[in-house]
Design a protein around this ligand. Structure first.
Ligand code: F58
Length: 844
């Protein structure tokens, strides 16, 4: 116990006692850290590893979260509050330690404590294994939303899957992506608490039977082939400088019986443990797909598993609080993050009817009032559908329920649109065109009271195109909720230097009210401020340059324009358009080595889905172009190309602040929103982009004059495709473009091998679904304007400041407020911390 003298009072000096588990002073933190090293890790300095120190610090921080966490749970239970349940197959949380220190407001104290103990604080932060339980934007959005819900005191819980292996680790060998398993749990996870006592059972396979219950009603019972246990693992999510700490509850699969005793007793030891292995396979690994739906049985099993666990868990919460199940929709607003949890429509119906005896009509009303659905894609290949064979084998009861929902739904359509068979077959929950499929987006639309897209353009395109029939049937269900990102992680944590500068000018209110960044506009004409802004950017670029030297062995000039494209690799995102620009500049140099070129460092980061050949070939192309350009003496170091391996949240935090230019160059009408675009811009980078996704709104906010726009618009794309797009025509008629393609095709980046990049080249010349060749010239002209603008550093800095200053709209706090007001009807609940009484266990 540390005693801190207070103001001296007349006779008896008062003392404030800091408990080792809750105290926030540097001295207490030091002592608590050492205690945890000794008592939790079982180590002392001589034998402790860097990881032991990280764990000791993590436990020290977790202790400080727990009082807020338990008090929040108690307050919410006591008040029976309405709660958001955010269902997502992915949560891409990023490291917890730094973020929790910031939320607790003890980042500096912890740093001082650790430094005074002679340890390297930053190295400890870096030690944390990233929980990579997501593929990209969709999973990261879920994580930003948890942060905002907690920060806004919204009663909420995130439900998902505790994958034993998250998104694969990416290495680059000979320019190619190599995947390896992500063993994030190898050294333990100090942030989670398992709750085996709250485990639930999930049924799979088998068949159904009809029976008459004791009230003489016809009921259905499901006799499963297999039962799997779901064990919840809880992680606290502390809001920024508030007492609310919500929960991320991830489900891990386990065998219902560790041993099959019949088999064990008969001496078949192997068969006895086999069931355990099969069950545990369910949550082994995250599917590393991006924007493509693959009808794999295990994936459907993962979806029903986490959805069923989560809905049963919510029911247990109701039962524990004495709330009748008929009030399910009053207690919970359940958000479906894309269609991965859409089976919730049938599962909630099943639980209410089969397990709890509620009649169909009531169950259906509850289901629709409870659920709402966010769509994240416009790509047809990303819309999930499950083959009927697979679906009926795994989920026989759900299929019956879906048939019944469908039959009533089709009747509705017939009433509203008589004699329109084409519409019926377009909208049916079952695709019967050829092989039969269950259409998950349709199920989600029918079973939800609200449907939203994730940027204004995307929501419009959903209404006009992908979900047009559903919009015509239920216009009132549709709305837009433009994505946002948390400024806590993506500014305060990842860019402390810029945070300090901003705060020194406008105070720290912007961290919770991002619109306050507008106050920075008053300093745009302040030359000193601009100088400081520039100095910070340069220092961050220097740090990244050092990292690049260490990891890639490439020397890059920190004063060159850092031009960054970091996101999943996909043809629609057009990383290869960026490459066409690099080669264009290279060709200019080869034609005239003395030509003026604004020095640029092209930086790429991102993973390709392991089965996506073209995306992997794009990675190879980037690295191959880098090998040539970086080593050609004619280039004189004016251009550098770097592919940063293993792009993840931890690494993204280092990359966003270092960019001068952010590449947001997807074909118009393809990117639902994008969120990296927001993170770059907040950190003062300028955007080169198309009118796609949230770029449209970013440009509206920052001003057209502060945004580098190029490319076809969505209607122009539709028009060009309708009249018959011929990429070869662009190739033939544009000499610079032809020279670029020819250099790739002739083996200019593959040691003369003309086969290597042929799949890419011929796709561009003869197919080009994403219209790279049509947008090429507009992109190059725009890039030339970028290069010109960068030469005037004072002007560039003004634009950079204005970009940050005008990003208020893109805080995930704004998005969450909109969801709360328009879809969830959930209100903030203040949590008051009680005096600390021996952890407030409630024991005498
Ligand atoms: C992304 N989708 C969108 N899907 O592409 C992006 O525009 C948007 O900003 C973001 O969602 C958030 O709304 C996305 O990340 C996936 O990762 C799926 C994971 C499961 C398989 C299919 C892709």
């Amino acid at each position: 116990m540390q005693t801190v003298p207070n103001q001296p009072i007349e006779c008896v000096p008062t003392v404030v006692v800091e408990d080792d588990r809750t105290g926030l002073s540097v001295e207490t933190l030091k002592r608590a850290f050492q205690d945890n090293l000794f008592y939790i890790q079982g180590k002392f300095a001589n034998i402790a590893t860097q990881n032991d120190y990280y764990m000791a610090l993590a436990y020290t921080v977790r202790d400080r979260l727990l009082r807020r966490w338990l008090t929040t749970a108690e307050t919410h239970t006591h008040q029976g509050v309405r709660t958001v349940a955010y269902l997502s197959a992915e949560f891409l949380m990023g490291p917890h330690l730094g973020n929790n220190l910031i939320s607790l407001g003890i980042y500096d104290e912890a740093k001082q404590a650790i430094t005074e103990l002679g340890l390297d604080f930053d190295a400890l932060l870096q030690q944390e294994e990233e929980p990579g339980l997501g593929n990209g934007g969709l999973g990261r959005l879920a994580a930003c939303y948890l942060d905002s819900m907690a920060s806004l005191d919204i009663p909420s819980i995130g439900y998902g899957i505790r994958y034993e292996f998250g998104i694969f680790d990416q290495d680059i060998r000979d320019g190619w992506q190599i995947e390896s398993t992500d063993k994030w749990l190898r050294y333990g996870n100090p942030w989670e608490i398992s709750r085996p006592e709250w485990a639930v059972e999930v049924k799979l396979g088998g068949h159904t039977e009809r029976y008459t219950d004791e009230h003489g009603r016809n009921r259905t019972r499901w006799i499963p082939h297999e039962v799997v246990m779901g064990i919840p693992y809880d992680t606290p999510i502390l809001g920024y400088k508030t007492n609310t700490a919500t929960t991320l509850r991830l489900w891990s699969a386990a065998a219902a019986e560790s041993f099959d005793f019949a088999a064990f007793n008969s001496g078949d030891y192997f068969r006895a443990v086999q069931q355990k292995t099969v069950s545990e396979t369910l949550t082994k690994v995250l599917y590393p797909n991006d924007e493509s739906a693959q009808g794999k049985k295990l994936r459907l099993a993962q979806q029903i598993f986490f959805v069923s666990c989560s809905l049963q868990d919510m029911m247990l919460i109701l039962i524990r609080q004495g709330i009748p199940l008929e009030q399910f929709h009053e207690k919970f607003a359940v958000q479906l993050n894309d269609t991965h949890p859409a089976i919730a429509v049938a599962e909630l119906m099943r639980l209410l009817m089969d397990e709890h005896g509620i009649e169909w009509d009531t169950a259906w009303r509850i289901t629709q009032k409870t659920l709402s659905y966010t769509n994240h894609t416009l790509l047809p290949e990303a819309l999930e559908r499950w083959g009927m064979g697979l679906f009926s084998t795994l989920l026989p009861r759900h299929l019956e329920i879906i048939y019944e929902i469908n039959s009533q739904f089709l009747d509705d359509i017939r009433r509203k649109f008589p004699n329109d068979d084409a519409r019926l077959s377009r909208m049916s929950l079952i695709d019967e065109a050829g092989e039969r499929y269950v259409r998950m987006a349709h199920l989600a639309c029918v079973g939800s009271h609200a449907i939203n897209g994730v940027a204004a353009l995307h929501s419009e395109l959903l209404k006009q195109d992908v979900l047009r029939d559903f919009y015509e049937l239920y216009p009132e269900k549709f709305s837009n909720k433009t994505n946002g990102v948390t400024p806590r992680r993506f500014m305060v944590l990842s860019n402390p230097r810029l945070t300090n500068l901003i705060t020194s000018k406008i105070g720290d209110g912007w961290i919770k009210h991002l619109d306050d960044l507008r106050k920075l506009e008053a300093f745009v004409e302040d030359a000193d401020f601009r100088q400081q802004w520039r100095d910070i950017k340069l220092a961050i670029k220097q740090d990244l340059a050092t990292y690049i030297k260490q990891v890639n062995g490439i020397d890059v000039d920190p004063t060159s324009l850092f031009d960054i494209q970091a996101k999943r690799i996909h043809e629609y995102k057009r990383q290869h358009l960026d490459v066409l620009h690099i080669i264009t500049l290279y060709n200019r140099i080869k034609a005239n080595p003395d030509v003026h070129i604004t020095p640029r460092t092209f930086i790429f980061g991102g993973k390709a889905a392991p089965g996506y050949f073209m995306a992997k070939l794009i990675i190879k192309l980037i690295n191959s172009v880098g090998d040539v350009v970086n080593n050609d003496p004619d280039v004189r170091d004016r251009l550098k190309v770097v592919f940063l391996k293993d792009y993840n949240v931890k690494f993204a935090q280092r990359v966003y602040p270092a960019a001068d230019l952010s590449e947001q160059i997807s074909l118009a009408g393809k990117e639902a929103s994008g969120t990296g675009n927001m993170k770059f811009s907040m950190n003062g980078s300028l955007t080169i982009g198309t009118l796609d996704g949230a770029n449209v709104e970013i440009r509206d906010e920052v001003g057209a004059e502060n945004f580098f726009l190029f490319g076809l618009t969505t209607p122009e794309v539709y028009e060009l495709k309708a009249k018959g797009y011929n990429p070869y025509h662009y190739y033939e008629s544009n000499l610079a473009l032809k020279a670029v393609i020819d250099r790739i095709a002739s083996g200019g980046f593959s040691n003369g091998d003309t086969n290597l990049f042929n799949p890419l080249v011929s796709t561009l010349l003869y197919k080009d679904d994403y219209l790279l060749l049509a947008d090429y010239q507009s992109y190059i002209d725009c890039q030339d304007r970028v290069s010109q603008t960068y030469l005037d550093q004072e002007y560039w800095t003004r634009l950079s400041i204005l970009n940050s200053a005008r990003m208020g709209k893109f805080s995930s706090d704004r998005s969450i407020r909109e969801y709360c007001e328009d879809i969830w009807y959930v209100k903030p609940v203040a949590v008051e911390l009680k005096e600390y009484v021996q952890a407030g266990t409630g024991l005498a």
